[in-house]
Design a protein around this ligand. Structure first.
Ligand code: ZZB
Length: 259
């Protein structure tokens, strides 16, 4: 599987507390995505609060945050100083990242926050997931849960201002669903929460392929153009600017929740 790793720049003022050893460095959260064309619609970043994460120094001096397994993979993709050496400089639980503010490439919103998502799989991607609630049913439901449930926010120390002001940012039009397919499909299927696994799977089926085959860009330099034509161009744009890198993962990597 080949992902695009989006480099979400952590605002310097967030490098405090457990993250203080990273102060003064260029720190990025590395989010693995298959939908680079939806990056305009990012509203937050998802983290598993009790997941194991680390900060890794790359060959170019950037520090990237992800799970160990992803860093190990990158260390064999010529991204670290020495092959097989992840360059780990700090270990922490996901909880340390909640509330961290980032500037993410292409995002219309200047500042978005790290929030808890309980369904993140640590055996896939980097364990850092960028959130596009306009086009991803999982993201839409996880954000809706946090907005609706004060107790959930309190449980994870999430401040209202990190969540309540954030609404979907449409970025792809699908004729059948309008300018934001995820809320529409979640409504159609009467999905209740981020834990409604079977229905969310169905929602993903209904939207994933159509976003590619029928989607039209609503944002950016390719506004008005079909997703199926410009998706690779938007990916290349981010790779060329250095805002993203390619990340490959062995197909049969053992799935574990521990990373
Ligand atoms: C932005 C985005 C916009 C995504 C969208 C999806 C959608 P797949 O096909 O199952 O491999 N993701 C990445 N890593 C994880 C993880 N560890 N745990 C949970 N979710 C993860 O799914 C790849 C997508 O799953 C990635 O692409 C990422 O979210 C998420 F409009 O990034 B995506 C209908 C889906 N739409």
């Amino acid at each position: 599987q080949e992902y695009v790793l989006i480099k979400m720049r952590v605002y310097d003022e967030c490098l405090v507390g457990e993250l203080a050893p990273l102060a003064g460095k260029n720190v990025f959260l590395a989010a693995a995505t298959l939908r680079p064309e939806t990056m305009y619609g990012q509203t937050n970043c998802w983290i598993l609060p009790d997941g194991d994460y680390g900060a890794f120094e790359m060959a170019n001096g950037d520090v990237m945050v992800m799970c160990d397994r992803a860093a190990r993979n990158l260390s064999y993709q010529e991204r670290t100083k020495a092959e097989g050496d992840t360059g780990k400089i700090l270990s922490f639980k996901g909880a340390a990242l909640i509330g961290c503010a980032v500037k993410s490439p292409l995002a219309i919103l200047e500042k978005i926050y790290c929030l808890p998502m309980l369904t993140i799989l640590m055996g896939k991607g980097t364990g850092v997931v960028t959130s596009v609630p306009s086009d991803s049913p999982d993201d839409f439901m996880a954000l809706s849960d946090l907005k609706a449930k004060k107790a959930l926010r309190e449980k994870f120390g999430v401040l209202d201002e990190w969540v309540l002001p954030f609404d979907v940012v449409p970025c792809v039009r699908i004729p059948e669903f309008g300018d934001a397919c995820a809320p529409i499909v979640c409504e159609q299927l009467k999905i209740q929460s981020q834990n409604d696994k079977a229905k969310l799977e169905e929602a993903k089926h209904r939207t994933y392929l159509k976003g590619f085959t029928d989607g039209v860009m609503l944002r950016g330099v390719y506004e008005g153009e079909p997703v199926k034509i410009v998706k690779p161009k938007i990916r290349d744009l981010m790779l060329e600017s250095g805002d993203a890198i390619v990340y490959s993962e062995p197909e049969k990597q053992v799935m574990s929740r521990s990373g």
